[in-house]
Design a protein around this ligand. Structure first.
Ligand SMILES: Nc1ncnc2c1ncn2[C@@H]1O[C@H](COP(=O)(O)OP(=O)(O)OP(=O)(O)O)[C@@H](O)[C@H]1O
Ligand SMILES: [Mg+2]
Length: 254
């Protein structure tokens, strides 16, 4: 039951118990969906509802359907059947082990070839400016390095068809590449973001207010064109940031 072609959110109530404007919304395989809204508006709560495959049993009383049906109880409790992988706002590695041990353990537990660890590392290192080595301890990785490693791990080892990302923009990783990477292979990617590039890479974005889904905006053609321009500016800023980080002078490079 790893094949997910649609994910549906059936609306519940906002923080005041008033029914949400959006009664139902369906996402398709291969789609990137944005979630936007001010702080405290319920973005992480919506992500959590999807993660838990809510069935009217959370504060929002939303329901999540997979392929149009209420998912089987086994899917909620058995980690091997997990449909959802999450890259969360706060990420801490509890395990005190090396990058290599962690990745090969994960590959084995998923029935994958442990040799994949090299591909994961290679991919992770395309996303972070500070290369990760296999012998490094997980606990010694920087925030950007651990995000990059988890992104590559989700893309290559976990084959979860649904990926949830809560605010990747401040993580110090090449976020556009990370999002493109996760969106390929027919996954449904749902990303909480206020970053204009990431928000416009999404086909649609859900607008949150006061704990409820109040609107869904379809990215316009003009917005898609703007996205390329904004990405250019963004990449330029990223290169300036790297120059500053290296301790070099910005003058003469622009
Ligand atoms: N539909 C809802 N019903 C009841 N409580 C809700 C609902 N949505 C959100 N909340 C509560 O509101 C608070 C803020 O929500 P949440 O953390 O999801 O906001 P956020 O948009 O992710 O904020 P931030 O941008 O700061 O991360 C939480 O305590 C959450 O439990
Ligand atoms: Mg949040």
């Amino acid at each position: 039951m790893k094949d997910v072609s649609t994910l549906t959110i059936i609306g519940g109530v906002n923080k005041e118990g008033i029914p949400e404007n959006i009664k139902s919304i369906e996402f398709n395989k291969g789609e990137i969906i944005g979630i936007v809204g001010p702080t405290g508006s319920g973005k992480s709560t919506l992500i959590d509802d999807i993660e838990q495959l809510a069935r009217g049993d959370t504060a929002s009383r939303r329901h999540i359907l997979i392929n149009g049906e209420v998912p089987d109880v086994a899917i909620r409790v058995d980690p091997r059947l997990k449909l959802v992988a999450q890259l969360s706002q706060k990420m801490h590695f509890l395990a005190d082990m090396t990058v290599e041990d962690f990745l090969s353990m994960h590959a084995r537990s998923r029935g994958k070839n442990p040799k994949l660890v090299h591909r994961v590392l290679e991919l992770a290192n395309t996303l972070t400016g500070e290369p990760i080595a296999l012998h490094q301890q997980l606990t010694a990785l920087s925030g950007g390095q651990s995000r990059s490693l988890m992104t590559a791990d989700i893309a290559i080892i976990s084959d979860s068809p649904i990926v949830l990302i809560d605010e990747i923009e401040n993580a110090g990783i090449r976020k556009q590449e990370a999002l493109e990477l996760l969106a390929c292979e027919g996954k449904i990617v749902i990303v909480v973001t206020h970053d204009p590039v990431l928000a416009l890479m999404a086909t649609r974005r859900i607008v949150m207010k006061n704990g409820g889904m109040i609107d869904v905006i379809t990215t316009t053609l003009h917005e898609q064109q703007l996205c390329y321009k904004i990405a250019e500016v963004d990449n330029w800023l990223l290169s300036l940031r790297e120059i500053i980080r290296r301790g070099d002078l910005v003058e003469g490079t622009v």
